[in-house]
Design a protein around this ligand. Structure first.
Ligand code: SF4
Length: 327
């Protein structure tokens, strides 16, 4: 069977607002040829520095941002050619949890109405059935029954994120896009919310496309990890080989500069030099060559393809793919 989600050669370029002043101004290549798949019940994390295109990729999968080109298939069905109405129906199965639940919850609605909204929109069940489902959902995410009558501002950050999860869960989705779902929360609360997401996955077989920059969280929750740099995936592998034996120099540096020290990596302190180049004018050849510690002349001229490498550890799920001439 096809994977739950199959994304091929996804592209999203933004024209910049000042473009009318200088028409030659190049578009920002936020997502530039991204391909990956997510299996049923699996968590694929998208990681990388801010501005690498991970959030744009996640939103383009749901068509919350309309991609320019590529293919997004859910269960073998192409989503990018669906009409707005058809896409709305497909969204039943694809939900999103945002970084800042406060911004995504209507402040004028009580929690009960917020969680009931998707049920009402899709005419799922009678009014009493909907009320019962809302109570069940709130309890399932760890909120008390009284929460039904509270407004978003009356909850803590962690509780608001639980509310966002209850709403995302309402229609039994098969895929939830999690856009930095815990980065705005205190560390102790982060662990609770991540564990809740993992419990829900085990119980309902939900797949997550998990966008995050916190590698400790990613290491805890994901089955596979895709590393993005300047709008492209540079490495994609199962979690353990990626964290213990990364192949791409960018992944190595990302892991080595993370606050949680990784005992498996060589102790030499690696730090990224300088800011990432502009996605409007990405470097020719390998996009990482301007910051890569092992770059060679070929890197500045020839684009390395994302290719499969032999498994370095006992990989069980996916292949280990990397885009580098020398790895
Ligand atoms: Fe570095 Fe060259 Fe590999 Fe790019 S292709 S990551 S510049 S060694």
């Amino acid at each position: 069977p096809p994977p739950l989600l199959q994304v091929r050669d996804l592209r999203k370029h933004y024209l910049r607002p000042q473009r009318w002043l200088r028409p030659a101004m190049p578009a920002i290549k936020a997502v530039d040829g991204v391909s990956f798949s997510v299996a049923r019940g699996e968590t694929l994390a998208l990681v990388g520095e801010s501005g690498c295109g991970k959030t744009t990729t996640a939103k383009a999968v749901l068509r919350l941002i309309e991609p320019d080109a590529g293919s997004v298939q859910l269960d073998g069905q192409e989503l990018l050619t669906l009409s707005a109405r058809e896409m709305r129906l497909r969204r039943r199965q694809m939900q999103i949890i945002f970084q800042d639940p406060y911004a995504s919850l209507d402040p004028r609605l009580k929690a009960g109405a917020i969680v009931a909204e998707p049920l009402r929109n899709f005419g799922s069940g009678t009014a009493p059935e909907q009320r019962e489902r809302v109570q069940w959902l709130l309890a399932r995410v760890g909120l008390r029954p009284e929460a039904v009558k509270k407004f978003p501002h009356e909850f803590s950050g962690g509780q608001r994120q639980r509310l966002g999860i209850a709403r995302a869960l309402a229609l039994n989705p098969r895929l939830i896009v999690c856009d930095e779902p815990v980065s705005a929360l205190d560390v102790s609360v982060q662990a609770q919310v991540v564990n809740l997401l993992m419990d829900l996955q085990a119980e309902f077989g939900i797949a997550y496309l998990f966008v995050a920059h916190d590698l400790a969280v990613v290491r805890h929750i994901s089955h596979r990890v895709a590393v993005m740099y300047l709008g492209q995936i540079v490495e994609i592998a199962d979690r353990d080989p990626l964290f213990t034996a990364p192949l791409h120099p960018y992944t190595e540096i990302l892991l080595a500069s993370a606050p949680v020290p990784n005992p498996h990596l060589r102790t030499r302190r690696l730090l990224l030099q300088g800011d990432p180049p502009s996605p409007a004018n990405p470097p020719a050849g390998c996009r990482f060559h301007t910051r890569c510690p092992i770059a060679q002349p070929i890197c500045a001229t020839t684009v390395p393809a994302l290719g499969t490498r032999p498994a370095t550890t006992q990989a069980t799920r996916g292949e280990h793919q990397v885009a580098c001439h020398f790895r």
